[in-house]
Design a protein around this ligand. Structure first.
Ligand SMILES: CC(=O)SCCNC(=O)CCNC(=O)[C@H](O)C(C)(C)COP(=O)(O)OP(=O)(O)OC[C@H]1O[C@@H](n2cnc3c(N)ncnc32)[C@H](O)[C@@H]1OP(=O)(O)O
Length: 399
Protein backbone atom coordinates (compact mmCIF):
# COMPACT_ATOMS: atom_id res chain seq x y z
CA UNK A 1 0.00 0.00 0.00
CA UNK A 2 1.43 3.36 -1.05
CA UNK A 3 0.86 6.45 1.13
CA UNK A 4 1.78 10.06 0.42
CA UNK A 5 3.36 12.28 3.06
CA UNK A 6 5.90 15.06 3.52
CA UNK A 7 9.53 14.08 3.02
CA UNK A 8 11.79 15.18 5.89
CA UNK A 9 15.00 17.07 5.09
CA UNK A 10 16.99 14.04 6.29
CA UNK A 11 15.69 12.05 3.28
CA UNK A 12 16.63 14.56 0.56
CA UNK A 13 19.50 12.34 -0.60
CA UNK A 14 17.07 9.48 -1.15
CA UNK A 15 15.00 11.80 -3.34
CA UNK A 16 18.10 12.70 -5.37
CA UNK A 17 18.94 9.01 -5.83
CA UNK A 18 15.36 8.38 -6.96
CA UNK A 19 15.55 11.19 -9.54
CA UNK A 20 18.78 9.64 -10.85
CA UNK A 21 16.97 6.34 -11.45
CA UNK A 22 13.88 7.90 -13.05
CA UNK A 23 15.73 10.44 -15.23
CA UNK A 24 18.57 8.02 -16.14
CA UNK A 25 21.22 10.31 -14.74
CA UNK A 26 24.40 9.74 -12.79
CA UNK A 27 24.12 11.49 -9.45
CA UNK A 28 27.67 11.75 -8.20
CA UNK A 29 28.62 13.30 -4.92
CA UNK A 30 29.81 16.78 -5.63
CA UNK A 31 28.58 20.20 -6.70
CA UNK A 32 25.56 18.95 -8.65
CA UNK A 33 24.27 16.98 -5.69
CA UNK A 34 24.84 19.91 -3.36
CA UNK A 35 22.98 22.21 -5.75
CA UNK A 36 20.12 19.72 -5.92
CA UNK A 37 20.02 19.44 -2.11
CA UNK A 38 19.80 23.21 -1.87
CA UNK A 39 16.88 23.28 -4.31
CA UNK A 40 14.99 20.58 -2.41
CA UNK A 41 15.64 22.10 1.01
CA UNK A 42 13.57 25.11 -0.09
CA UNK A 43 10.81 23.01 -1.68
CA UNK A 44 7.54 21.53 -0.51
CA UNK A 45 8.48 17.83 -0.60
CA UNK A 46 5.84 15.17 -1.11
CA UNK A 47 6.87 11.53 -1.15
CA UNK A 48 5.04 8.32 -1.94
CA UNK A 49 6.10 5.57 0.46
CA UNK A 50 5.62 1.82 0.39
CA UNK A 51 6.57 -0.04 3.57
CA UNK A 52 8.53 3.02 4.63
CA UNK A 53 10.51 3.12 1.37
CA UNK A 54 10.40 6.15 -0.95
CA UNK A 55 8.92 5.12 -4.34
CA UNK A 56 7.75 8.48 -5.69
CA UNK A 57 8.35 12.20 -5.28
CA UNK A 58 6.94 15.60 -6.26
CA UNK A 59 8.62 18.88 -5.31
CA UNK A 60 6.97 22.30 -5.12
CA UNK A 61 9.22 25.38 -5.22
CA UNK A 62 7.92 28.66 -3.83
CA UNK A 63 8.42 30.95 -6.81
CA UNK A 64 7.02 34.16 -8.28
CA UNK A 65 6.23 34.47 -11.96
CA UNK A 66 5.90 37.60 -14.07
CA UNK A 67 2.41 37.90 -15.51
CA UNK A 68 1.04 40.73 -17.64
CA UNK A 69 1.05 43.83 -15.43
CA UNK A 70 2.91 42.34 -12.45
CA UNK A 71 3.86 39.06 -10.81
CA UNK A 72 2.09 36.28 -8.90
CA UNK A 73 3.09 33.52 -6.50
CA UNK A 74 3.60 30.28 -8.36
CA UNK A 75 4.48 26.78 -7.20
CA UNK A 76 7.27 25.46 -9.42
CA UNK A 77 6.59 21.74 -9.68
CA UNK A 78 9.85 19.83 -10.01
CA UNK A 79 11.52 16.42 -9.69
CA UNK A 80 8.35 14.48 -10.44
CA UNK A 81 9.44 10.85 -10.28
CA UNK A 82 8.10 7.37 -9.62
CA UNK A 83 10.31 4.31 -9.26
CA UNK A 84 10.15 2.28 -12.52
CA UNK A 85 8.94 -0.75 -10.53
CA UNK A 86 5.89 1.25 -9.37
CA UNK A 87 4.87 3.07 -12.54
CA UNK A 88 1.27 3.22 -13.83
CA UNK A 89 -0.35 2.32 -10.54
CA UNK A 90 -1.64 5.79 -9.80
CA UNK A 91 1.32 6.94 -7.66
CA UNK A 92 1.76 10.21 -9.56
CA UNK A 93 -1.98 10.92 -9.44
CA UNK A 94 -1.99 10.33 -5.67
CA UNK A 95 0.95 12.74 -5.17
CA UNK A 96 -0.59 15.45 -7.36
CA UNK A 97 -3.91 15.03 -5.55
CA UNK A 98 -2.14 15.66 -2.26
CA UNK A 99 -0.22 18.63 -3.69
CA UNK A 100 -3.50 20.18 -4.82
CA UNK A 101 -5.05 19.89 -1.35
CA UNK A 102 -3.08 22.86 -0.08
CA UNK A 103 -1.47 24.73 -2.94
CA UNK A 104 -0.88 28.20 -1.54
CA UNK A 105 -0.43 30.14 -4.77
CA UNK A 106 -2.75 31.16 -7.61
CA UNK A 107 -0.47 29.46 -10.16
CA UNK A 108 1.59 26.32 -10.57
CA UNK A 109 4.09 25.72 -13.37
CA UNK A 110 6.39 22.99 -14.62
CA UNK A 111 8.48 21.69 -17.48
CA UNK A 112 7.10 18.40 -18.73
CA UNK A 113 9.39 15.51 -19.63
CA UNK A 114 6.58 14.29 -21.91
CA UNK A 115 3.69 16.37 -23.20
CA UNK A 116 1.14 13.61 -22.62
CA UNK A 117 1.41 13.63 -18.83
CA UNK A 118 0.18 16.90 -17.37
CA UNK A 119 -2.94 17.98 -19.28
CA UNK A 120 -4.99 15.59 -17.14
CA UNK A 121 -3.89 17.51 -14.06
CA UNK A 122 -5.07 20.83 -15.51
CA UNK A 123 -1.74 22.13 -16.89
CA UNK A 124 -1.71 23.80 -20.29
CA UNK A 125 1.39 24.65 -22.33
CA UNK A 126 1.78 28.34 -21.69
CA UNK A 127 4.82 29.51 -23.62
CA UNK A 128 7.15 28.50 -26.42
CA UNK A 129 10.88 28.75 -27.00
CA UNK A 130 12.81 28.98 -30.27
CA UNK A 131 16.26 27.55 -30.88
CA UNK A 132 18.17 30.26 -32.70
CA UNK A 133 21.44 29.62 -34.52
CA UNK A 134 23.57 32.37 -35.99
CA UNK A 135 26.42 31.81 -38.38
CA UNK A 136 29.12 34.30 -37.40
CA UNK A 137 32.04 33.03 -39.46
CA UNK A 138 31.94 36.17 -41.57
CA UNK A 139 31.73 39.68 -40.03
CA UNK A 140 28.19 40.05 -38.64
CA UNK A 141 26.39 43.38 -38.54
CA UNK A 142 22.95 44.72 -37.73
CA UNK A 143 20.45 46.83 -39.70
CA UNK A 144 20.26 49.40 -36.90
CA UNK A 145 23.13 51.21 -35.27
CA UNK A 146 24.07 49.32 -32.07
CA UNK A 147 24.10 51.41 -28.89
CA UNK A 148 27.62 52.88 -28.78
CA UNK A 149 28.09 52.46 -25.02
CA UNK A 150 30.94 50.36 -23.63
CA UNK A 151 30.55 46.73 -22.58
CA UNK A 152 32.31 45.30 -19.58
CA UNK A 153 32.90 41.77 -18.42
CA UNK A 154 31.69 41.16 -14.88
CA UNK A 155 32.90 38.44 -12.52
CA UNK A 156 30.48 35.73 -11.38
CA UNK A 157 30.94 37.09 -7.88
CA UNK A 158 29.82 40.58 -8.85
CA UNK A 159 27.19 39.51 -11.38
CA UNK A 160 24.03 38.94 -9.27
CA UNK A 161 23.98 42.51 -7.96
CA UNK A 162 24.68 44.01 -11.38
CA UNK A 163 22.24 41.78 -13.28
CA UNK A 164 19.32 41.77 -10.84
CA UNK A 165 17.83 45.18 -11.74
CA UNK A 166 18.29 44.54 -15.48
CA UNK A 167 16.62 41.14 -15.23
CA UNK A 168 13.75 42.56 -13.15
CA UNK A 169 13.05 45.13 -15.84
CA UNK A 170 13.16 42.44 -18.50
CA UNK A 171 10.79 40.21 -16.49
CA UNK A 172 8.37 43.12 -16.09
CA UNK A 173 8.28 43.44 -19.88
CA UNK A 174 7.75 39.77 -20.59
CA UNK A 175 5.35 37.32 -18.89
CA UNK A 176 6.55 33.86 -17.90
CA UNK A 177 9.80 34.84 -16.17
CA UNK A 178 10.56 33.81 -12.59
CA UNK A 179 11.77 36.46 -10.17
CA UNK A 180 15.18 35.69 -8.66
CA UNK A 181 16.85 36.33 -5.36
CA UNK A 182 20.62 36.45 -4.96
CA UNK A 183 20.86 32.79 -4.02
CA UNK A 184 18.93 31.72 -7.09
CA UNK A 185 21.31 33.75 -9.24
CA UNK A 186 24.36 32.21 -7.61
CA UNK A 187 23.25 28.63 -7.26
CA UNK A 188 20.98 28.17 -10.25
CA UNK A 189 21.84 30.68 -13.00
CA UNK A 190 25.51 31.56 -12.71
CA UNK A 191 26.75 28.10 -12.00
CA UNK A 192 29.33 26.16 -13.90
CA UNK A 193 27.34 22.97 -13.32
CA UNK A 194 24.33 21.51 -15.10
CA UNK A 195 25.16 22.96 -18.50
CA UNK A 196 24.47 19.55 -19.98
CA UNK A 197 27.79 19.74 -21.80
CA UNK A 198 31.05 19.29 -19.93
CA UNK A 199 33.10 20.96 -22.63
CA UNK A 200 31.37 24.30 -22.15
CA UNK A 201 33.14 26.95 -20.11
CA UNK A 202 31.59 28.47 -17.03
CA UNK A 203 29.21 31.36 -17.70
CA UNK A 204 30.66 34.64 -18.93
CA UNK A 205 28.76 37.80 -18.09
CA UNK A 206 28.99 40.97 -20.16
CA UNK A 207 27.07 44.09 -19.22
CA UNK A 208 26.17 47.39 -20.81
CA UNK A 209 25.73 49.41 -17.65
CA UNK A 210 22.15 50.16 -16.74
CA UNK A 211 20.91 48.96 -20.14
CA UNK A 212 21.42 45.25 -20.79
CA UNK A 213 23.50 42.11 -20.36
CA UNK A 214 24.37 38.80 -21.89
CA UNK A 215 25.29 35.50 -20.20
CA UNK A 216 26.96 32.88 -22.38
CA UNK A 217 29.35 29.97 -22.39
CA UNK A 218 31.81 29.00 -25.07
CA UNK A 219 33.27 25.79 -26.40
CA UNK A 220 35.98 24.91 -28.88
CA UNK A 221 35.17 22.21 -31.39
CA UNK A 222 37.95 19.71 -30.73
CA UNK A 223 36.72 17.10 -33.20
CA UNK A 224 37.11 19.27 -36.25
CA UNK A 225 38.94 22.35 -37.39
CA UNK A 226 35.71 24.31 -37.15
CA UNK A 227 35.57 27.43 -35.11
CA UNK A 228 34.17 27.22 -31.58
CA UNK A 229 30.63 27.92 -30.46
CA UNK A 230 28.89 30.42 -28.25
CA UNK A 231 26.08 28.93 -26.15
CA UNK A 232 23.81 31.86 -25.35
CA UNK A 233 22.09 31.58 -21.98
CA UNK A 234 20.45 34.98 -21.60
CA UNK A 235 20.40 38.28 -23.43
CA UNK A 236 18.30 41.20 -22.24
CA UNK A 237 18.40 44.80 -23.39
CA UNK A 238 16.23 47.78 -22.56
CA UNK A 239 15.87 48.59 -26.25
CA UNK A 240 16.74 47.26 -29.69
CA UNK A 241 20.01 49.21 -30.00
CA UNK A 242 21.27 47.71 -26.76
CA UNK A 243 20.27 44.23 -27.96
CA UNK A 244 22.02 44.88 -31.29
CA UNK A 245 25.22 45.79 -29.42
CA UNK A 246 25.04 42.59 -27.35
CA UNK A 247 24.40 40.38 -30.39
CA UNK A 248 27.22 42.04 -32.27
CA UNK A 249 29.52 41.46 -29.32
CA UNK A 250 28.65 37.74 -29.26
CA UNK A 251 29.16 37.48 -33.01
CA UNK A 252 32.60 39.05 -32.75
CA UNK A 253 34.11 36.73 -30.12
CA UNK A 254 37.39 35.44 -31.54
CA UNK A 255 37.80 31.73 -32.41
CA UNK A 256 34.02 31.17 -32.54
CA UNK A 257 31.80 30.85 -35.61
CA UNK A 258 28.31 30.10 -34.33
CA UNK A 259 25.88 31.29 -31.65
CA UNK A 260 23.16 29.01 -30.41
CA UNK A 261 20.51 29.57 -27.74
CA UNK A 262 16.89 29.20 -26.68
CA UNK A 263 15.08 32.48 -27.22
CA UNK A 264 11.57 33.95 -27.14
CA UNK A 265 9.66 33.27 -30.35
CA UNK A 266 9.45 37.02 -31.05
CA UNK A 267 13.19 37.62 -30.56
CA UNK A 268 14.43 40.63 -32.51
CA UNK A 269 17.61 39.08 -33.86
CA UNK A 270 16.16 37.71 -37.15
CA UNK A 271 15.00 41.28 -37.88
CA UNK A 272 18.19 42.93 -36.67
CA UNK A 273 20.64 40.87 -38.73
CA UNK A 274 21.95 42.74 -41.79
CA UNK A 275 22.14 39.36 -43.51
CA UNK A 276 18.99 37.47 -42.41
CA UNK A 277 20.36 34.26 -43.97
CA UNK A 278 22.85 34.04 -41.10
CA UNK A 279 20.02 33.54 -38.57
CA UNK A 280 18.05 30.29 -38.47
CA UNK A 281 15.30 29.18 -36.15
CA UNK A 282 16.08 25.48 -36.08
CA UNK A 283 13.12 24.43 -33.93
CA UNK A 284 10.45 25.72 -31.57
CA UNK A 285 8.97 23.82 -28.66
CA UNK A 286 6.38 24.08 -25.93
CA UNK A 287 8.31 25.17 -22.88
CA UNK A 288 6.55 26.01 -19.60
CA UNK A 289 3.22 24.47 -18.57
CA UNK A 290 0.95 26.55 -16.35
CA UNK A 291 -1.91 25.51 -14.08
CA UNK A 292 -4.37 27.97 -12.59
CA UNK A 293 -4.50 26.69 -9.01
CA UNK A 294 -6.94 29.40 -7.97
CA UNK A 295 -8.89 30.65 -11.00
CA UNK A 296 -10.34 33.72 -9.26
CA UNK A 297 -7.02 35.09 -7.93
CA UNK A 298 -5.09 34.17 -11.06
CA UNK A 299 -7.48 36.01 -13.37
CA UNK A 300 -7.89 38.95 -11.02
CA UNK A 301 -4.14 39.12 -10.49
CA UNK A 302 -3.00 39.64 -14.06
CA UNK A 303 -3.18 42.83 -16.11
CA UNK A 304 -5.52 43.09 -19.09
CA UNK A 305 -5.06 44.86 -22.40
CA UNK A 306 -8.74 45.85 -22.78
CA UNK A 307 -11.96 45.93 -20.77
CA UNK A 308 -14.02 42.78 -20.97
CA UNK A 309 -17.11 41.35 -19.28
CA UNK A 310 -17.62 37.65 -19.81
CA UNK A 311 -18.87 34.49 -18.12
CA UNK A 312 -16.71 31.35 -18.25
CA UNK A 313 -17.77 27.84 -17.46
CA UNK A 314 -14.54 26.32 -16.13
CA UNK A 315 -14.28 22.55 -15.96
CA UNK A 316 -11.80 21.40 -13.30
CA UNK A 317 -12.03 17.78 -12.19
CA UNK A 318 -8.98 17.99 -9.88
CA UNK A 319 -9.53 21.24 -7.95
CA UNK A 320 -13.29 21.49 -7.25
CA UNK A 321 -13.01 25.09 -5.95
CA UNK A 322 -12.28 26.15 -9.55
CA UNK A 323 -15.07 24.20 -11.18
CA UNK A 324 -18.14 26.22 -12.17
CA UNK A 325 -19.26 29.55 -13.65
CA UNK A 326 -17.04 32.62 -13.25
CA UNK A 327 -17.76 36.19 -14.25
CA UNK A 328 -14.65 38.07 -15.31
CA UNK A 329 -15.13 41.82 -15.39
CA UNK A 330 -12.27 44.13 -16.41
CA UNK A 331 -12.77 47.90 -16.36
CA UNK A 332 -9.77 50.22 -16.60
CA UNK A 333 -7.16 48.92 -14.16
CA UNK A 334 -9.69 46.92 -12.15
CA UNK A 335 -10.37 43.22 -12.65
CA UNK A 336 -12.78 41.07 -10.70
CA UNK A 337 -13.45 37.39 -11.15
CA UNK A 338 -16.31 35.98 -9.11
CA UNK A 339 -18.63 33.02 -9.08
CA UNK A 340 -21.94 33.53 -10.85
CA UNK A 341 -25.06 31.67 -11.89
CA UNK A 342 -25.20 33.47 -15.23
CA UNK A 343 -25.14 31.50 -18.47
CA UNK A 344 -21.59 31.10 -19.87
CA UNK A 345 -20.17 32.75 -22.99
CA UNK A 346 -17.45 30.10 -23.17
CA UNK A 347 -16.95 26.61 -21.73
CA UNK A 348 -13.39 25.39 -21.26
CA UNK A 349 -11.26 23.02 -19.25
CA UNK A 350 -8.91 24.71 -16.77
CA UNK A 351 -6.08 23.27 -18.88
CA UNK A 352 -7.08 25.55 -21.76
CA UNK A 353 -7.05 28.53 -19.41
CA UNK A 354 -3.40 27.70 -18.64
CA UNK A 355 -2.65 27.70 -22.37
CA UNK A 356 -4.05 31.21 -22.94
CA UNK A 357 -3.16 32.75 -19.58
CA UNK A 358 0.21 34.31 -20.48
CA UNK A 359 -0.97 35.31 -23.96
CA UNK A 360 0.83 32.57 -25.89
CA UNK A 361 -2.07 30.92 -27.73
CA UNK A 362 -5.33 32.57 -28.82
CA UNK A 363 -8.56 31.31 -27.31
CA UNK A 364 -10.18 31.67 -30.75
CA UNK A 365 -7.65 29.12 -32.03
CA UNK A 366 -8.69 26.71 -29.28
CA UNK A 367 -12.34 27.26 -30.29
CA UNK A 368 -11.34 26.47 -33.88
CA UNK A 369 -9.59 23.32 -32.65
CA UNK A 370 -12.78 22.19 -30.91
CA UNK A 371 -11.15 22.42 -27.45
CA UNK A 372 -13.20 25.39 -26.21
CA UNK A 373 -16.95 25.87 -26.77
CA UNK A 374 -18.12 29.35 -27.67
CA UNK A 375 -21.77 29.95 -26.71
CA UNK A 376 -21.85 33.69 -27.49
CA UNK A 377 -20.49 34.51 -30.96
CA UNK A 378 -17.29 36.60 -30.76
CA UNK A 379 -16.74 35.89 -27.02
CA UNK A 380 -13.38 34.19 -27.63
CA UNK A 381 -12.04 37.03 -29.77
CA UNK A 382 -13.18 39.64 -27.25
CA UNK A 383 -11.40 37.79 -24.45
CA UNK A 384 -8.34 37.34 -26.68
CA UNK A 385 -8.06 41.11 -27.12
CA UNK A 386 -8.13 41.54 -23.34
CA UNK A 387 -5.60 38.71 -22.84
CA UNK A 388 -3.16 39.96 -25.47
CA UNK A 389 0.39 40.84 -24.45
CA UNK A 390 2.94 43.08 -26.18
CA UNK A 391 5.68 40.42 -25.98
CA UNK A 392 5.44 36.68 -26.34
CA UNK A 393 5.78 34.90 -22.99
CA UNK A 394 9.10 33.20 -22.38
CA UNK A 395 10.82 31.52 -19.45
CA UNK A 396 14.58 31.60 -18.95
CA UNK A 397 14.79 29.47 -15.81
CA UNK A 398 14.72 25.73 -15.99
CA UNK A 399 13.93 23.77 -12.83
C1 LIG B 1 7.92 18.42 -13.81
C2 LIG B 1 8.70 17.15 -14.00
O1 LIG B 1 9.47 16.79 -13.18
S1 LIG B 1 8.45 16.24 -15.42
C3 LIG B 1 9.21 14.66 -15.13
C4 LIG B 1 8.27 13.50 -15.08
N1 LIG B 1 9.06 12.33 -14.73
C5 LIG B 1 9.65 11.49 -15.62
O2 LIG B 1 9.50 11.63 -16.82
C6 LIG B 1 10.53 10.44 -15.04
C7 LIG B 1 10.17 9.04 -15.54
N2 LIG B 1 8.79 8.73 -15.35
C8 LIG B 1 8.22 8.58 -14.12
O3 LIG B 1 8.84 8.76 -13.09
C9 LIG B 1 6.76 8.18 -14.07
O4 LIG B 1 6.48 7.34 -15.15
C10 LIG B 1 5.77 9.37 -14.12
C11 LIG B 1 6.05 10.30 -12.94
C12 LIG B 1 5.89 10.18 -15.39
C13 LIG B 1 4.35 8.84 -14.04
O5 LIG B 1 4.14 8.23 -12.79
P1 LIG B 1 3.04 7.06 -12.63
O6 LIG B 1 2.94 6.79 -11.16
O7 LIG B 1 3.36 5.95 -13.54
O8 LIG B 1 1.73 7.79 -13.11
P2 LIG B 1 0.26 7.32 -12.75
O9 LIG B 1 0.21 5.84 -12.66
O10 LIG B 1 -0.24 8.09 -11.58
O11 LIG B 1 -0.49 7.79 -14.04
C14 LIG B 1 -1.51 8.72 -14.04
C15 LIG B 1 -2.04 8.85 -15.44
O12 LIG B 1 -1.02 9.43 -16.29
C16 LIG B 1 -0.74 8.57 -17.38
N3 LIG B 1 0.70 8.65 -17.64
C17 LIG B 1 1.67 8.56 -16.73
N4 LIG B 1 2.86 8.71 -17.32
C18 LIG B 1 2.62 8.91 -18.62
C19 LIG B 1 3.45 9.13 -19.75
N5 LIG B 1 4.79 9.16 -19.62
N6 LIG B 1 2.86 9.31 -20.96
C20 LIG B 1 1.51 9.26 -21.07
N7 LIG B 1 0.67 9.05 -20.03
C21 LIG B 1 1.23 8.88 -18.82
C22 LIG B 1 -1.16 7.20 -16.92
O13 LIG B 1 -1.44 6.37 -18.00
C23 LIG B 1 -2.40 7.52 -16.10
O14 LIG B 1 -3.47 7.80 -16.99
P3 LIG B 1 -4.99 7.63 -16.53
O15 LIG B 1 -5.20 8.57 -15.38
O16 LIG B 1 -5.75 8.00 -17.75
O17 LIG B 1 -5.10 6.20 -16.11
Amino acid sequence: MVTVRDVPESEIDQVIDLTGIAFHERVDDGDDRERHRWLLRGARRLGAYEDGRLVGFVGGLPMRMSVPGGSLACVGVTDVVVLPTHRRRGVLSAMIGRLYEDLDAPLAALYASEGAIYGRYGFGHADHAAQIEIDTVRPWTTRIEPAPRPLRMVSLEEAPKVLAPLYERAAARRPGQFLRDEEWWRRWVLTSKESGDDALTEPRVVVMDDAGYVIYRTKLDEESDDLGRVRLMELEGDDARVEAALWRYLASIDLTGRIRGARPVDDLVPLLAADPDTVRITRTWQALWVRLADVGSALQGRGWAEPVDTVLRIVDTRIPANDGHWRLRVTGDDATCERTDAAPDLTLDVRELGTVYLGDTALATLVRAGLVTEHAPGAASRLDRALSVPRAPFTSDDF
